[in-house]
Design a protein around this ligand. Sequence first.
Ligand SMILES: Nc1ncnc2c1ncn2[C@@H]1O[C@H](COP(=O)(O)OP(=O)(O)OP(=O)(O)O)[C@@H](O)[C@H]1O
Length: 512
Amino acid sequence: MLLSRLAQVSQEVAATSARSRKTELLAELFRDAEADDVPVVIPYLAGRLPQGRLGIGWKVLGTPVPAAATATLTVRGTDARLTALGQVSGAGSQAERARLVASLMGAATADEQRFLRGLLTGEVRQGALDALAVEGLARATGADPGDVRRAVMLAGSLQTVARALLADGPPALEGFRLTVGRPVQPMLAHSASSVAEAVGKLGGCAVEEKLDGIRVQVHRDGDTVRVFTRTLDEITDRLPEVTSAARELPVERFVLDGEVLSFDAAGRPRSFQETAGRVGSRVDVAAAAGAVPVRPVFFDVLSVDGRDLLDLPFAERHAELARLVPEPMRVRRLPAAGPQDVPDAERFLAESLDRGHEGVVVKGLDAPYSAGRRGASWLKVKPVHTLDLVVLAAEWGHGRRTGRLSNLHLGARADDGSFVMLGKTFKGMTDATLAWQTERLRELAVRDDGHVVDVRPELVVEIAYDGLQRSTRYPAGVTLRFARLVRYREDKPPGEADTVAALLAAHPGVLP
Ligand SMILES: Nc1ncnc2c1ncn2[C@@H]1O[C@H](COP(=O)(O)OP(=O)(O)OP(=O)(O)O)[C@@H](O)[C@H]1O
């Protein structure tokens, strides 16, 4: 497929507001695409680069190049050029990258140049695109949209499902089953402001400790154990303790869902930073494990002995979990609560906080496992409310912070998938954080005017704040009071950052 076709459809989809028209435009595009185009077409439409970071400096992108008169670039050819560009390293690599970008831009028409620039700077994000693409694919191939959605959750990748669907039609969807060894997208939670609200919404529920560690999905098939993160990256080699724990369990084939964390000698959880630092270290895992040992605590089970449990009610999945996993390796919980048990649930929250945990997750007893979705049947309650926002830009620091990127521009998600700036913060940063974020943000830079560096909106930060106030300076009409950095959330993609709408709903009355 020609890149010009994709660029045109992308523009048309962004320009129309009617969902049905967007879906139809995508369906037409998919009908014309070859199966092998799709792994590139879908991320390009959403404004994502399949290669992740490319390290193209803002200066390179800002340099004008004469446009080609006719469209010759293909989608796959463009992707191959960008892959090659990403692999350039060593002395002279900056100049070589600049040459490759200029040659790509020179082969592109004016419309294609505009599209590529948006893609490379991260400015053409279309947040809702993946959901629309599912509908477009279903329409193009005659598949049921619900079946496509389920296959995507089980495959953990829209691109994989799209390619199979276009190659083999709807029967291909049956090939996507829960398979031990292949991660599925984890179920996520919504927030509730109190235990009473959560219990009131869910009716029959269980209340579990909310552990502040790293989410893990653990797959065991005989002696083979594989551990995946929330973003489905494999981290088996970094967590030997999890492999041994999984091998000790009495059943040979299963998929478990839980959190990995480290505890101090007194049995209290260590800080998230310590656990994350440990899980993040790839070199000398044995030494890291000696210094900060971790262990898994499981709260769900997705498959046992070849039986797929995703559609079972939570109460039954938990009964299976209790049979498979011994007490200390299972999350602490209040097994059954209803509206009359709010005082018990509140006491359980207080005890969880005393034990050093973050809060509780209240879970509906009847709900299936909604892989890949923020199911309404898991409600988290945390006393300290924070926001997950996206870094849009950063300002060069002064004084002690000269040469460091310091003041962060923070954005929340808007309905159309773009990001809206809510405020700035330079608070809550240690020297180590400043050094780390300077390096990371420079890699993401798309523009630098010597004062403010604009970046691809890819890094998620957790921000504490004291409230919301009206402001004429920011586009949403509101800004955060006393925003400060809590931590970077590299495990969270920008598409899952908090939304402006949710923030306004949580602070009624701030806007008239
Ligand atoms: N008992 C539990 N049940 C489910 N999730 C739990 C539990 N304890 C801790 N967690 C963690 O809480 C997360 C669920 O909250 P959510 O889906 O909002 O993700 P999140 O944005 O990463 O949450 P947070 O930032 O509050 O940790 C899970 O991804 C998991 O890592």
